[in-house]
Design a protein around this ligand. Structure first.
Ligand code: C2E
Ligand code: MG
Ligand code: MG
Ligand code: MG
Length: 287
């Protein structure tokens, strides 16, 4: 396009683009500082049973507590952490922190639930396998409590290598969930190849599930697929009662979303969901 506009490529480098490059560089440098100064915190979001709201798990979600900007969403810095390789250090911190916290809770409450941690495919290598075992040892956590969430499309890059690494982690007793399921470009044959035990239905399909018959059809298909392949299921992004009622009707076992709880800091999670144990709700059909 630059050529068709007279061959002057400099046209492309507008002031706006310059600022973008600059702010990206700034962000990258700030992220390096954040790693050094440990400016991160984990929030936890409950995963609960669709039928009675029983607590089934918690997903750890990272937040950057920026000294001047406040809380920065992972959507705004994880992609840059992935591109720069900083994701290794950040991801290492998140895994250790989540395992230590969950282990502490488990020692007090003898929990019957899992802890889920998001892992970027950029973190997957042989060192990560060893490190995962080491983190389980340090935190004194039985591997059966740990679930790692990975995003499907990214696995495509290097299938054989990723498969080998996932298998090695799976041999430690750690399980995998396929995050944002349905949005990637992957083929379904993955589900057979990779050691996946849970599908998380992307919230893009849940959002309009009550109004868009195609979204409902897709969710039905994912649920049928999961049942046939004996995979666990979680619906993401449930925000209201109508969505929950439909998921119940479709026999989707569990969900995560603002309707039950937003992600909350560790002490709030402990206080609200472990110490108090909210009363189990009756299934909607029984009400
Ligand atoms: P994700 O793993 O798919 O996590 C679910 C996201 O949906 C979270 O956003 C959560 O706050 C949000 N969410 C949950 N329920 C609802 C709802 O009812 N409505 C809406 N609109 N959103 C809901 P969050 O915390 O901003 O995280 C965004 C993404 O950042 C995550 O998506 C995950 O891919 C990534 N991420 C978060 N923490 C980590 C981490 O420690 N390591 C890595 N590699 N990625 C992380
Ligand atoms: Mg996730
Ligand atoms: Mg997701
Ligand atoms: Mg995501």
């Amino acid at each position: 396009q630059a050529k068709s506009r007279g061959g002057n490529c400099y046209q492309f480098y507008t002031e706006e683009m310059n600022q973008k490059v600059n702010s990206r560089l700034t962000l990258e440098n700030e992220l390096r500082r954040a790693v050094k100064n440990q400016e991160f915190e984990l929030y936890y979001q409950p995963q609960v049973s669709t039928f009675d709201n029983r607590l089934l798990g918690a997903e750890a979600l990272i937040r950057w507590i920026h000294p001047s900007a406040g809380i920065v969403s992972p959507a705004d810095f994880i992609p840059i952490a992935e591109e720069t390789g900083l994701i290794r250090e950040i991801g290492d911190w998140a895994l250790l922190e989540a395992c230590k916290k969950f282990s502490e809770w488990n020692n007090t409450f003898a929990l019957d639930m899992t802890i889920s941690v998001n892992v970027s495919v950029r973190q997957l290598d042989d060192a990560f396998v060893l490190r995962t075992q080491e983190i389980l040892n340090i935190s004194q956590l039985d591997a059966k409590y740990l679930e790692l969430e990975i995003t499907e499309s990214l696995l495509l890059d290097n299938v054989q290598e990723n498969l080998r690494i996932l298998d090695n982690i799976n041999k430690l007793g750690v399980r995998f969930a396929m995050d944002d399921f349905g949005t990637g470009y992957s083929s379904l044959s993955y589900l057979k190849q990779f050691p996946i035990s849970k599908l998380k239905i992307d919230r893009a399909f849940i959002n309009e599930i009550n109004n868009d018959p195609e979204d409902e059809a897709i969710v039905r298909a994912i649920i049928a697929l999961a049942k046939t392949l004996r995979l666990e299921l979680v619906a993401e992004g449930v925000e209201n009662h109508q969505q929950l009622a439909l998921l119940q009707a479709l026999a989707c076992d569990s969900y995560q979303g603002y309707y039950f709880s937003k992600p909350v800091p560790a002490d709030v999670f402990r206080q609200r969901y472990l110490e108090q144990k909210p009363p189990l709700q009756k299934s909607l059909q029984q009400q």
